[in-house]
Write a protein that binds this ligand. Structure first.
Ligand code: PXG
Length: 289
């Protein structure tokens, strides 16, 4: 495996950063999870835009143009002979001292691109749908760590994931500070009721899969799409619920906190959207050979 590290492609064993890296010491950095489908990096421009927005807010100077970053992602896939795969792009603040002051990181950020095969949820989960629960850990307040930031500081989500694991379910609903549904630990959440598609307007990451699915719902299925405040009660009484994310794509949810959703089976519009999503993943992005 060839890994991009600060402008060079190195073997996995040689892809190492310092123990003084502030990404390691403090979670001080940003990342993206990206997918390639049949020689198309899906929505690569959008992923790079989101990454640079996170870095802008965190005041990390990436040091590469977006075009150079796109080129580095494509070359990493090519170096590994991957036409389908999962890409993890990581930017850390770089090497500093043992204090948290980012001004001590005087060098460049560390830039890492790993391209690997994707591991997916088992087929059975797409066919039968997920059972999930709401967990006690709330999503970060926007004035603490804004959920729009895809930072390396994922402890909020990891604590929620531990609670999901303890409950024996694969994903968890996280509420925002006001008690509205925000998102899951690594996925956005949607509900459909009476032909209206709804998804939380606040307290969540603006997922790239989420945006793509909303466009498909409006354009292809002519659904009314609303970004709004949604309670658990509304989710419990939805016709259909599903999650979206780069890794999961679109996955149906059939039970939340013990309440069956709709008839307890993956919904027809969810399955239709999944089919449409599969079509665009091979078209909408940066093509490479
Ligand atoms: N919300 C959160 C908190 C995320 O981390 C999404 C939504 C979906 O966004 P995209 O842009 O992918 O549609 C994410 C992204 C994992 C894992 O191992 C998941 C993400 C990132 C890294 C790892 O499940 N999800």
């Amino acid at each position: 495996m060839k890994i991009y590290l600060n402008g060079k492609w190195v073997e996995k064993e040689d892809a190492r950063v310092s123990v003084f890296d502030h990404g390691l010491l403090y979670g001080d950095g940003a990342f993206e999870g990206i997918r390639a489908y049949s020689g198309v990096v899906f929505k690569l421009q959008e992923h790079i835009d989101r990454l640079y927005e996170t870095c802008h807010t965190m005041m990390i100077n990436v040091g590469l143009t977006k075009e150079q970053m796109i080129d580095a992602v494509v070359k990493t896939l090519q170096a590994n002979n991957l036409r389908d795969g999962y890409i993890r792009l990581v930017i850390t603040r770089g090497d500093g001292d043992l204090g948290l002051d980012p001004r001590k990181c005087k060098g460049s950020p560390n830039i890492i691109i790993i391209a690997d095969k994707i591991t997916l949820y088992p087929d059975e989960m797409y066919k039968n749908g997920l059972t999930i629960v709401t967990v006690p850990t709330m999503r970060n307040h926007p004035e603490a760590i804004n959920p729009q930031l895809k930072s390396l500081n994922y402890l909020n989500n990891i604590l929620a994931k531990i609670e999901a694991n303890n409950a024996g379910v694969p994903e968890a609903i996280m509420l925002d500070g006001s008690g509205y549904v925000a998102e899951c630990t690594g996925d956005n959440i949607f509900m459909i009721k009476g032909g209206i598609l709804k998804t939380p307007q606040q307290g969540r990451l603006r997922g790239i899969t989420r945006d793509a699915v909303m466009v498909l719902a409006v354009k292809k299925l002519k659904l009314d799409v609303q970004e709004t405040l949604i309670t658990r009660h509304e989710f419990y009484n939805a016709d259909e619920v599903f999650l979206t994310g780069t890794a999961a794509e679109l996955i149906p949810v059939v039970k939340i906190d013990g309440r069956p959703i709709g008839n307890g089976k993956p919904g027809p519009l969810t399955l239709e959207l999944l089919k449409l999503f599969h079509e665009v993943t091979r078209q909408d992005g940066v093509k490479f050979s």
